[in-house]
Design a protein around this ligand. Structure first.
Ligand SMILES: *[C@@H]1O[C@H](CO)[C@@H](O)[C@H](O)[C@H]1NC(C)=O
Ligand SMILES: *[C@@H]1O[C@H](CO)[C@@H](O)[C@H](O)[C@H]1NC(C)=O
Ligand SMILES: *[C@@H]1O[C@H](CO)[C@@H](O)[C@H](O)[C@H]1NC(C)=O
Length: 361
């Protein structure tokens, strides 16, 4: 069980540090969370405000005991369990000469390495954001063209018509800080890395507006303050199955201190050396199960039929058959905001991270 591994691992790691056996356990645990190795952000980008907003909403709803749907992202109204924000790794394409393209502000190749999305995940949303972080050119008008690169030629980044396909051509006025483009279908095809040759973005100053100042000034501003990122929502069908029906237990008052029950345990990520890649939360109430499962098992101990039988056999043959164990019977997920192995910002739920109820099994 993930939980037992987590608990054993965190406890030991808190006491001793980085003995090879522990490193191996940490690796095992990280692998069960879906990491090939411990993320070590090199140049972590800032966390997009949208992810903070969603994360905080989820933290709020979990404290209100309202169960969040783990396989639907309400904020975007799409199915999904993982939200990632990929930074742009493309470069500016230097114009051949100012004389040839006197009216062009910028031409930039956009590239998002989405290889962190696993094969079995289904992309349900892909959204490109162009953010202009200054208001100095407030209200000025530009023309924008966005192409998908189909082929990379040696001469230049897909300048010829056959090597790129026009996706969007629009005029925009810089009133808002961001422009968004729907790239859902394109992201789906990019799951095959051979098809991911990126995009090309071109921005031109609109002729009518150039009386305000020289085109050069406007262009310099837009080039300096442009930030591009790709947000994806994906659904892992293996993890998003229909929820199981809840079992009902009768609630009897019971207060013996050494009896099987849930104990409080707050895990702080700083204590296990994860503070540089886990952005939030800083820690969480993980809890654990501890205590005896004595004969006869009362209802509050939530014993399975098998456990009840085992205590019976134990009372007859105490030497050979042990008592059942006190283990988690109900667990809940937590949301984590973190940097993955490629410095992407990721928001996702992890199942079975906190113990809600214990029982004898
Ligand atoms: C994308 O990232 C993966 C994992 O870091 C890396 O192996 C791969 O070479 C990258 N692809 C490109 C085109 O940069
Ligand atoms: C984005 O495009 C996909 C298909 O290309 C469509 O199903 C989806 O509804 C679009 N999303 C939005 C927010 O318009
Ligand atoms: C058994 O389940 C009930 C609720 O279903 C819970 O209140 C109780 O604490 C559980 N027993 C233990 C030992 O955790």
């Amino acid at each position: 069980m993930v939980w037992l591994r987590l608990w054993a691992f965190l406890h030991i790691l808190a006491i001793v540090t980085l003995d090879p056996e522990l490193k191996r356990r940490e690796e095992l645990f990280l692998r069960s969370l879906g990491f090939s190795s411990k993320p070590n952000p090199v140049s972590p980008p800032p966390v997009p405000s949208i992810l903070w907003r969603i994360f905080n909403q989820r933290m709020g709803s979990s404290s209100q005991k309202k169960k969040p749907d783990l396989c639907f992202v309400e904020e975007f109204n799409v199915p999904g369990s993982v939200i990632r924000v990929f930074p742009d790794q493309g470069r500016f394409i230097i114009p051949y000469s100012d004389d040839i393209h006197p009216t062009q502000c910028l031409e930039k190749r956009l590239f998002f390495n989405i290889s962190a999305i696993e094969k079995e995940e289904r992309v349900t949303m892909g959204q490109l954001e162009l953010r202009f972080s200054q208001n100095t050119y407030y209200g000025r008008v530009f023309d924008l063209r966005l192409y998908r690169t189909l082929q990379i030629t040696l001469k230049g980044m897909g300048r010829s018509k056959t090597s790129r396909k026009l996706l969007v051509a629009q005029t925009f006025r810089l009133l808002h800080k961001s422009l968004f483009f729907n790239l859902t279908e394109i992201c789906q095809s990019w799951q095959d890395p051979l098809k991911n040759l990126g995009l090309v973005l071109e921005i031109f100053p609109k002729k009518e507006s150039s009386w305000m100042s020289t085109a050069n000034d406007e262009c310099k501003d837009i080039q300096t303050f442009l930030y591009t990122s790709l947000l994806t929502v994906t659904l892992n069908p293996l993890r998003c199955k229909k929820p199981r029906r809840k079992r009902s237990y009768s609630k009897l008052p019971f207060t013996a201190s050494n009896i099987c029950k849930k104990r409080r345990l707050y895990v702080e990520f700083k204590d296990v050396g994860w503070q540089n890649w886990v952005i939030a939360p800083q820690g969480y109430m993980a809890n654990y199960c501890y205590g005896e499962c004595p004969y006869p098992l009362t209802e509050i101990l939530n014993g399975s039929n098998h456990a009840i039988l085992q205590t019976l056999v134990h009372s007859i043959e105490p030497e050979d058959i042990p008592l059942p164990c006190c283990v988690p019977t109900k667990m809940s997920p937590i949301s984590m905001l973190f940097y993955d192995n490629n410095d992407n910002v990721v928001l996702r739920h992890y199942e079975n991270m906190a113990v809600d109820e214990c029982g004898c099994r």
